[in-house]
Design a protein. Structure first.
Length: 433
């Protein structure tokens, strides 16, 4: 039984679709260009606001363009309830206390993220052909940006030492982790397009691009995305080979290591203890997590969440050591789940986890074993799930989502989610027929 037309004829994608893809291109470019440390200070002060403003406005316009196509899937309901809870909480706090209007930047960010990922994108990318076009545009954007960046370095004769930060390769950015996130996004997009492509030449180029970006992640010593790449390839391989039992053992082992890692900072006799070496290895994350949680552990905040105010000023640094404060500040630490817990308490974190569980259970691999036509789709779905699973692990050490920053949100994650939504929808409709 054929579930999805794997190789559809090229169709007229439409003016609306082209506008939306252009929005994603601008969103990605904003994440690529604005954090460059070689941007002059006087320019950076004028454009840094667009890093968040471009996706925010773009998501609203995109949603309006496709308002007649929007549908709410059962998968997205917990995420929508999460947004409603957070917004309600912020409105109540705003009404009873003297808060500035930018206090609502966090719930607005959450609403925009949930809207584009779980409501608007599935309506836009309603076929594998559209997903393929989107991924090609994203990778072309990355490639052209990389080419002009290398040209920029050559023309200005920038010393190679300026491309490193504390012996870690950061390319044109001040933060090796940010550069690692970009390379990780490229690998994710390449893996999904590799399964969607029918061109042998394109497949070879995608493999080469993936290898180059994987090496770049290793050179940047971005430990978060080294783990992410390992999980990405491992999950993809086991899902595609249909070995769920071994996969479950692997994931259980991985999460056991993470839990053990966190338990090393448990309270002993009322005092937090750390291994200096371990805390140093985590780039100070353990101390940051513990201090953040300890400040938010009164009974009310555990259930409801804290104020959501930024725990430090997030800044962009130029090559001349000037500092530009980011326009939108939020409580942010290098752990998505702790961040959500601090911002929205157990209730908000529970809704978010419920959404993740729904997402990871959305498409049944067992249903793809029934026919020969399903083998191609199995590879596509395996790549999408590998991206999602690797991100679920990465955000233990990096605040990738729910956010509008990072190329992960503008390129890799939307493609992975819409593939899962598309397979889920088509599988259900076929079963009904």
């Amino acid at each position: 039984m054929r579930i999805i037309n794997i190789n559809p004829n090229r169709t007229n994608l439409g003016f609306r679709f082209n506008l939306v893809v252009l929005m994603f291109v601008f969103w990605t470019l904003a994440q690529l260009i604005i954090p460059i440390k070689f941007v002059p200070y006087f320019i950076l002060t004028k454009i840094e606001i667009f890093k968040i403003l471009v996706p925010s406005v773009g998501i609203m316009l995109t949603t309006l363009l496709f308002v007649d196509k929007l549908k709410i899937s059962r998968i997205s309901i917990p995420f929508i309830l999460f947004c409603i809870f957070v917004l309600t909480k912020y409105v109540i706090i705003f009404m009873v206390s003297n808060k500035p209007l930018d206090y609502f930047s966090i719930p607005i960010m959450y609403i925009c993220w949930v809207t584009i990922m779980f409501i608007t994108s599935p309506a836009i990318f309603s076929s594998l052909e559209r997903i393929r076009v989107f991924l090609r545009c994203m990778l072309l954007t990355f490639s052209l940006f990389g080419f002009f960046s290398i040209l920029f370095i050559a023309i200005l004769n920038i010393d190679m030492s300026a491309l490193y930060s504390h012996s870690r390769f950061a390319f044109i950015y001040g933060n090796p982790l940010y550069f690692g996130a970009i390379c990780y996004s490229i690998v994710c997009c390449s893996l999904m397009l590799l399964e969607l492509s029918d061109s042998v030449v394109e497949k070879k180029l995608l493999c080469l691009l993936s290898i180059l970006c994987t090496v770049a992640i290793l050179v940047s010593v971005s430990r978060t995305f080294i783990i992410g790449i390992l999980v990405l390839y491992f999950v993809y391989w086991f899902y595609k080979d249909m070995r769920p039992k071994i996969y479950i053992v692997f994931m259980s082992l991985l999460f056991s290591i993470i839990v053990l890692f966190l338990m090393l900072s448990l309270v002993v006799d009322g005092v937090y203890i750390y291994s200096n070496e371990l805390n140093s290895l985590s780039s100070g994350r353990l101390a940051n997590w513990a201090s953040s949680i300890s400040q938010s552990m009164n009974t009310f905040d555990v259930i409801w969440g804290g104020s959501g105010l930024s725990n430090y000023d997030k800044v962009l640094n130029t090559d001349g050591e000037e500092v530009v404060s980011a326009s939108f500040q939020r409580y942010s630490i290098d752990n998505t789940y702790i961040e959500i817990f601090i911002n929205s308490g157990i209730f908000g974190l529970g809704l978010f986890f419920l959404g993740l569980v729904n997402l990871l259970r959305a498409a049944s691999f067992a249903k793809l074993r029934d026919s020969e036509d399903s083998k191609k789709l199995l590879g596509i779905l395996s790549a999408a799930y590998a991206v999602v699973f690797s991100l679920v692990v990465c955000v233990f050490f990096y605040g990738s989502y729910p956010s509008l920053g990072s190329t992960i949100n503008s390129a890799a994650l939307p493609a992975a989610l819409v593939i899962i939504f598309l397979v889920k929808r088509e599988t259900i409709s076929t079963k009904r027929r």
